[in-house]
Design a protein around this ligand. Structure first.
Ligand code: SF4
Ligand code: SF4
Length: 158
């Protein structure tokens, strides 16, 4: 019987740094602004909407961070995803590979580790490439609700 690939045979905590990095599909959707509903007391509900507004450091074509090494200095609310916190990051896209593996789900066919091609995340309709605006172009927070989109929250192409 063939050995299981690392994302099936290991937990997130057991993965090497290279395996951890390889698990990211490069979709860029975690770098989009989210809006979270509040309850009547003004407390966060955990119910979020994605927008097509990208962090100022996200390259809208490559979907890579333009200053990864210094990201926390430049964007203080950038969240470092780890094996220890992924289960608490309820605002991560449902197609995020870290979330899928944490939930013991299979990676989809278009994930680069399955397809062998980093472009399949784009062609399958799961990347933010080419469909975001930079937060630097949406300076009035009152405009953010008009940027709510459903595609980052889908598990089907779109
Ligand atoms: S959502 Fe997950 S898989 Fe996609 S870029 Fe972010 S960390 Fe990587
Ligand atoms: S700083 Fe970089 S990694 Fe963090 S949200 Fe912005 S683009 Fe994404």
């Amino acid at each position: 019987m063939a050995a299981q690939p690392f994302w099936k045979s290991k937990t997130l905590l057991e993965m090497s740094p290279d395996e951890w990095e390889a698990l990211c599909d490069g979709c860029g959707k975690c770098c989009l602004a989210k809006l979270e509903y509040e309850d009547d007391d003004g407390q966060p509900t955990g119910i979020v909407e994605f927008t097509d507004i990208a962090c100022k450091l996200l390259d809208g074509h490559s979907c890579q961070c333009k200053d990864y090494d210094n990201r926390f200095a430049e964007v203080p609310d950038c969240v470092k995803v780890s094996a220890k916190n992924i289960d608490d990051l309820y605002f991560m896209p449902p197609s995020c590979a870290y979330r899928l593996v944490s939930e013991r789900q299979d990676l989809p066919w278009w994930h680069p580790l399955i397809s062998g091609d980093p472009e399949t995340v784009v062609t399958a309709g799961f990347s933010a490439r080419g469909r975001v605006v930079s937060e630097e172009e949406v300076t009035d927070a009152e405009d953010w609700p008009s940027h709510i989109v459903d595609w980052p929250g889908r598990l089907v192409p779109g």
